[in-house]
Ligand binder design. Structure first.
Ligand code: SF4
Ligand code: SF4
Ligand code: SF4
Length: 244
């Protein structure tokens, strides 16, 4: 196992262990509840940070930080089916669109932004700080678990995730202003079409198809490095540069 993968496993495992602590800071519910009172909660601040992180680091958060990353990787042992990303993205962006509308409406109904409270509904700084809150925590875990096992590779990421669209928006802005993006680059003439990269890609990206342009441009690429490691011809590498 190379250093990058080891680092990824360690950081995402720690993040998952800390999930009961940080849950509210990633919560779509807490952000809406606060918005109804005109309060910018910790989760909204994190979502803005995810947008900025998307601009600079693409979907790196998904590989190195997100608490659901480690379980997603492990659950491939249960269901490793490649998924239809296009179809599932319709579900994901529909859920995101409705939620964003509710969030913005909350602020409008509250008469605008009245304050910032990073610890909204998290006064102790710990999200799950009393037995009753475990119900919410386990509900989230079970929902993500069932969706991933049912749908296939990173099923919850592909269907339910309300955080990835913020990173994608950051990436879109980065592309618009021509800020160089971290991407998988390919020396396509070295490729022997063995399909190893497609077999390992956790995001079900058609790496072989995309590499024909010299880069994997998909906004679903989480820079996990797995295709790079799997390639027997060292065709692939993750770099931040212009198209080859
Ligand atoms: S897509 Fe969402 S749930 Fe999946 S790793 Fe990225 S941020 Fe986490
Ligand atoms: S294309 Fe490569 S780096 Fe991107 S998600 Fe797939 S395996 Fe990971
Ligand atoms: S693993 Fe490497 S050689 Fe095989 S198809 Fe992918 S890029 Fe080509």
């Amino acid at each position: 196992m190379n250093k990058k993968r080891k680092a990824r496993y360690i950081t995402t495992f720690i993040s998952f262990i800390l999930f009961p602590v940080i849950l509210n800071f990633l919560s779509p519910y807490v952000s809406v509840a606060a918005a109804m009172s005109g309060i910018v909660s910790g989760s909204v601040i994190v979502f803005i940070a995810l947008f900025v992180s998307g601009f600079f680091f693409g979907r790196g958060f998904c590989s190195y930080v997100c608490p659901w990353s480690a379980p997603s990787d492990l659950l491939r042992m249960v269901n490793d089916k490649r998924v239809d990303r296009k179809k599932l993205s319709i579900i994901r962006y529909s859920i995101y669109g409705v939620w964003l509308l509710v969030l913005v409406s909350g602020f409008i109904l509250a008469g605008g932004i009245k304050g910032v409270d990073p610890l909204y509904l998290t006064e102790t700084g710990i999200s799950v700080d009393e037995p009753g809150k475990y119900i919410t925590y386990y509900f989230v875990i079970v929902l993500l678990f069932i969706t991933t096992v049912w749908v296939g590779r990173r099923g919850a990421c592909q269907t339910l995730c309300w955080m990835s669209p913020f990173m994608v928006l950051g990436m879109l802005l980065g592309d618009k202003v021509k800020f160089l993006r971290w991407k998988v680059h390919a020396q396509k003439e070295q490729c022997i079409q063995c399909n190893q990269c497609n077999q390992v890609c956790p995001m079900s990206i058609d790496v072989v198809g995309e590499l024909q342009s010299g880069t994997i441009d998909s906004y679903d690429c989480i820079l996990c490095h797995q295709c790079v490691e799997a390639c027997p011809r060292s065709v692939l590498s993750i770099q931040r540069k212009k198209r080859i």
